[in-house]
Design a protein around this ligand. Structure first.
Ligand SMILES: [Zn+2]
Ligand SMILES: [Zn+2]
Length: 135
């Protein structure tokens, strides 16, 4: 089974496995700035499962709240961020959840960096949550 996704204008398209490694909602200030929204959604898949099926993304380097460097793939035309990786050696790709065609179910997502969550964002009962990165 595959999932598919892409940017807002449709120039860059990708496919990946639907067997995610993990699903995170991240409330860190970096994800907020990157998404221009309340939080980031990270759908983590093995790097080997991600295939670019159309277009050529560009890459932008950022430093995260935990001090790591990571690279973000984005569409050069509409600017939408599609996935992140910690260098080309990274075994995983962190796909930005809103770029997937089929909506994700966030009811069991793991919430991280809750210490910097915006007031008024409600985490569903039973979701695992961490003040910063998980241990
Ligand atoms: Zn685009
Ligand atoms: Zn984050």
């Amino acid at each position: 089974m595959k999932r598919t996704g892409g940017c807002q204008c449709g120039e860059v398209r990708y496919a990946c496995t639907d067997e995610k490694f993990e699903l995170y909602v991240c409330h860190c200030t970096t994800c907020r700035a990157q998404s221009s929204s309340a939080f980031g959604i990270s759908y983590i898949v093995p790097a080997t499962s991600l295939q670019i099926t159309q277009g050529t993304p560009h890459y932008y380097e950022v430093t995260t709240d935990s001090g790591n460097r990571k690279s973000g793939a984005f569409c050069p035309t509409c600017g939408v961020r599609l996935w992140h990786m910690s260098g080309t050696e990274d075994a995983y790709r962190s796909i930005k959840g809103g770029s997937l065609d089929e909506p994700l179910d966030l009811s069991k997502a793991i919430h991280i960096w809750v210490s910097s969550k915006l007031d008024g964002v409600i985490i569903p009962d039973g979701c695992r949550q961490f003040p910063k990165e998980p241990d």
